[in-house]
Design a protein around this ligand. Structure first.
Ligand SMILES: [Fe+2]
Length: 404
């Protein structure tokens, strides 16, 4: 029995091939006016056509914006909010990857509560419910269809910033694997290994002392029983299906396993939180303009190795669900290489002398750093980065020796 558990999630999750056709009837429960958000690529896919047709078949008034962009730039937010103000939607439907769903979240937020996004960077600063969201993911990665988090690009600093509030959790997640069939191998690989990093970091999150202030004061509350159960199941599904989905994008069984894994990982870390691989990725991504999932996936085994002394049983449990007799760290590292992740931070153009500055800037992501199961300082972050720069988790061996 877990001593502590928290579950905040969409009020309705529909998972399965063909479920996208439910969008119209689900949307109609909220009213007649729909704002449908996607990006220019997804707008041309059969899956988007299915969703749009179901909205029209339900007799709804549909305003469409295809203006979503990677990393949710301010101009995309402004355009979506402007269309929203003109059409006053009863419900917002997002069809796309993490950037599309995150754009829908912040658009709903600004339509409901006004102001600028910077007003909401502080955790739990969203004052109340937002326009209801229906999220239909087209990648198996961010889990944004189920999380309280939106990552956007700040209008003044151009830095990526997070908005986190339980009010941002989509009301409905409609997860239809048919919508993910078209994603190209690189997208599948990076999104999929990011989903694995959500499962593993969500599972290895710091364990907080349970209290009412903790559970009501933060959208993400650290390691707990329900997120652990979901995270382990997610890790098993992702480990079993990621390589297959990258190799053959039309493998519906692999796509289904990946979408289920990323959904469960999203619900898991949506409640427990992610940590150091995500904190370090902000610095790696800013320096190299590589994708979020490339960074979290590359860094993940090093963070796991660093945390081994604090959580040996967690790593053993992860190894069990991922069917990896050689160990969870080795499994994740080898899987990353098999799906085409770069072998090291050096390979993506980072200079060794820049690692210290990256460790320092990552340390500022306090919410993520504090969620690490083992205490971290800037030296420790630099050691993790140095091992990743060399492409060799065994360089953290001094840490491993603590095992005995
Ligand atoms: Fe992530």
């Amino acid at each position: 029995m877990p001593e502590f558990a928290v579950l905040r999630a969409p009020s309705q999750v529909l998972f399965g091939a063909g479920m996208a056709e439910a969008a119209g009837r689900v949307a109609a429960t909220h009213g007649r006016r729909v704002l449908l958000i996607t990006d220019p690529v997804i707008a041309g896919t059969p899956g988007f056509g299915t969703v749009e047709a179901s909205l029209r078949a339900a007799g709804l008034d549909v305003a469409i914006t295809t203006g979503a962009e990677v990393d949710v730039p301010p101009a995309a937010v402004d355009a979506a909010v402007e269309l929203g103000r003109a059409t006053e939607p009863d419900v917002i439907v997002a069809v796309g990857g993490g950037s599309v769903i995150d754009l829908a979240k912040v658009t709903a937020l600004l339509l409901s509560h006004g102001g600028a996004l910077a007003d909401y960077y502080a955790v739990n600063s969203v004052p109340g419910p937002i326009v209801p969201l229906i999220a239909l993911p087209t990648t198996a990665g961010t889990g944004s269809e189920a999380t309280p988090v939106a990552v956007i690009t700040d209008a003044t600093t151009a830095m990526k910033m997070g908005v986190a509030s339980s009010h941002l959790i989509p009301r409905h997640a409609i997860c239809d694997p048919l919508l993910t069939l078209g994603a190209p191998p690189v997208v599948t690989a990076h999104a999929g290994i990011d989903a694995l990093s959500h499962a593993i970091e969500g599972y290895m999150a710091a364990a907080e002392t349970p209290s009412v202030d903790l559970v009501l004061g933060r959208p993400q509350v650290g390691k707990n029983g329900l997120s652990d159960t979901l995270a382990l199941t997610a890790a098993g599904h992702i480990a079993a299906h990621l390589e297959r989905a990258v190799e053959d994008g039309d493998d519906l069984e692999a796509r289904t396993g990946m979408l289920y894994g990323s959904l469960l990982a999203g619900i898991a870390f949506g409640n427990s939180g992610v940590s150091t691989a995500h904190a370090l990725q902000f610095a790696v991504g800013a320096a190299t303009h590589t994708s979020h999932g490339l960074g979290t996936g590359l860094l993940l085994p090093y963070v796991m190795e660093f945390n081994r002394p604090a959580r040996p049983h967690d790593l053993a449990e992860l190894a069990r669900v991922m069917r990896s007799p050689g160990g969870a760290v080795e499994h994740v590292h080898a899987l990353g290489q098999r799906i085409g992740l770069p072998a090291s931070l050096a390979e993506i153009g980072i200079a060794q002398e820049d690692l210290r500055g990256m460790a320092e800037s990552s340390f500022n992501f306090k919410r993520l750093i504090d969620n690490n199961p083992r205490e971290l300082d800037i030296d420790a972050l630099e050691r993790i980065l140095d091992a990743a720069w060399h492409g060799d988790p065994a360089r953290l061996e001094e840490v491993q020796s603590v095992r005995s």
